[in-house]
Design a protein around this ligand. Structure first.
Ligand code: SF4
Length: 410
């Protein structure tokens, strides 16, 4: 029997590749090297398309004699830059294979088997719980829907009851036996909460991270009462500065984090001045869109290509990005009336006072629009070669209804 020599093209399993239209992008996850080629010719497009076909097991038979000049240059570059290789099999009876590290995206919802290998342990995926304690928020800016860019800035008009303490306690205790690692409480005027004593007694005995979010004004006003109530070193205070005013150093330095929300360059500079004057380093400044500050917002929030590749991205992160939204996954937001959201800007997924957590999680897995909402599913990111490397969809994007807050793909 005469066996013919064969030549194959492969992309190494540590190289991520993405083809959109006639644009090919390659990223070497070992050394961070990247390569993009637009207007790829038909030879190249055919080969890469065949690589996507799982039946080819990562190898595509090619005939270099039929390559034009452009294809030859392309394959030379791919080989030199260690993205892939041309392999000759001499008198080979068997075709070589290369198992690609690629989750097959079927177009259905994200793979439940990957996220919930044991369905009976669905709870293990809940890592963060965010609770709103009160039905009314005095210090939080208000009902402008644009403020939902930050969960902490939400003021819920329709919440007609305060948190049921027993329900809160039971849920936290149940999830602590799985993977729950952090509970955040949006407190506002916490001493008006009827069950605040029980609440503090419970929090003071918890052995996980707890965050209490207060407005700066409230914290200053109720400082001694808050200090007296907190006895657990696991409790971290986060202060929100909604109004820009002179700050007292002591209040700002002793808390875990100061968050400033700014809507203009001037506000940003003012906060920076204030911060350097009083000398604090535990702060975060976030740009906020108010409907009239496009250019400031763009400069503060929009990402550029270099932001995406600032740090090396490993293959695992790319695969995770292709399946789940890391901003939202494993997080539940529970309003004081029991309403549960996987993201406050997306649909309600249930009510914890009236439904089981199992049922609520199932709703998010089957029909939800948060945990599995990845960039491949929204336009125009779905057409962008960077969609699995780009940071996950954020609340900014949900609030603005625009999914490409970037300077890359208009
Ligand atoms: S279009 Fe979307 S995926 Fe592409 S860079 Fe912009 S935000 Fe990221």
């Amino acid at each position: 029997m005469i066996l013919l020599n064969k030549t194959f093209f492969t992309i190494y399993p540590f190289t991520y590749y993405c083809l959109k239209g006639d644009t090919l992008f390659l990223y070497n996850t070992l050394n961070g090297e990247r390569f993009i080629k637009s207007n790829c010719d038909k030879n190249i497009l055919d080969i890469i398309t065949k690589l996507y076909n799982t039946n080819n097991i990562g190898m595509v038979e090619v005939n270099p004699e039929k390559f034009n000049e452009s294809a030859l240059c392309f394959f030379k570059e791919i080989k030199e830059k260690l993205f892939g290789d041309i392999i000759h099999s001499i008198n080979g009876e068997f075709n070589p294979v290369q198992i690609p590290k690629r989750i097959h995206l079927s177009g259905n919802r994200f793979s439940e088997e990957i996220l919930f290998p044991d369905k009976s342990k669905g709870f293990t995926q809940i890592k963060e719980l965010h609770f709103f304690i009160m039905s009314k928020y005095k210090f939080v800016p208000g009902n402008n829907s644009l403020y939902r860019q930050f969960l902490t800035n939400c003021n819920f008009k329709d919440c007609n009851q305060d948190l049921k303490f027993e329900k809160f306690r039971d849920l936290v205790e149940e999830l602590m036996s799985y993977e729950l690692s952090i509970v955040t409480l949006y407190c506002d005027d916490i001493f008006l909460y009827r069950e605040y004593e029980k609440l503090f007694a419970f929090l003071n005995n918890l052995n996980i991270k707890i965050e209490l979010v207060f407005s700066y004004e409230y914290y200053v006003e109720k400082y001694s009462q808050i200090k007296k109530s907190i006895l657990n070193p696991n409790i971290r205070i986060i202060l929100h500065h909604y109004n820009l005013k002179e700050l007292e150093k002591d209040f700002c330095t002793e808390v875990g984090l100061n968050c400033f929300f700014v809507e203009s360059e001037q506000q940003f500079n003012l906060v920076e001045e204030n911060i350097s004057e009083i000398g604090i380093d535990n702060y975060h400044i976030a740009g906020i869109y108010n409907g009239n500050n496009d250019s400031f917002f763009e400069s503060a929030v929009f990402i550029e290509l270099e932001d995406i590749f600032e740090e090396k991205i490993d293959f695992q992160s790319i695969l995770v990005n292709s399946e789940m939204n890391r901003n939202d996954f494993g997080k539940l937001i529970i309003l004081s009336n029991g309403n549960v959201f996987a993201n406050i800007n997306n649909a309600l997924i249930g009510n914890y006072y009236t439904e089981s957590l199992d049922k609520i999680l199932e709703e998010e897995l089957k029909n939800g629009s948060s945990w599995g909402n990845v960039r491949q599913r929204v336009a125009p990111c779905s057409e962008c070669v960077y969609n699995c490397l780009c940071p996950p969809i954020s609340n900014y994007e949900y609030v603005l209804g625009k999914f490409n807050l970037c300077k890359i793909f208009k």
